[in-house]
Design a protein around this ligand. Sequence first.
Ligand code: CU
Length: 162
Amino acid sequence: MRHFQSLACACVLALAAAAAPIASVAAGAPVAQAQPTVVVHKSPNCGCCNGWVEHMRGNGFVVEVRDHADGELSAIKARLGVPAQGQSCHTAEVAGYVVEGHVPAADVKRLLDEAPPVRGLVLPGMPAGSPGMEMPDGRVQPYTVWQLDRDGRVSAFAQHGH
Ligand SMILES: [Cu+2]
């Protein structure tokens, strides 16, 4: 049995407060601020994947990292329905959604808040300046995070660096 530390940090609480407040249900008000665990599938040699893991942890997510051989990674992407042209270096699972690539934590939080009936989010490739792909000069190559519908269609979810 593994246990994960879940330390609520001030930044998470602040962000949660800034987002549309979820009606405090009944008495007891349990762990409303807690983010679900993000399971990240990656190659053991992937440096930028670790950068994204740190980005997610820095934004209050509990992250569980699972290293796989390349062939296994492809199988995981296929199982989760990530289209070939949408693939990136790592694949994450959170609250039943797939999150492919260097998707900003803010987009993942919005996904979890809005909880649309979709498969998840994909950020194809590895755009310069996306989380985990920071450039020394701070440059951000404009990129779009796509929402992946259950039927495999994509539509723009968020734009960055524009
Ligand atoms: Cu990467």
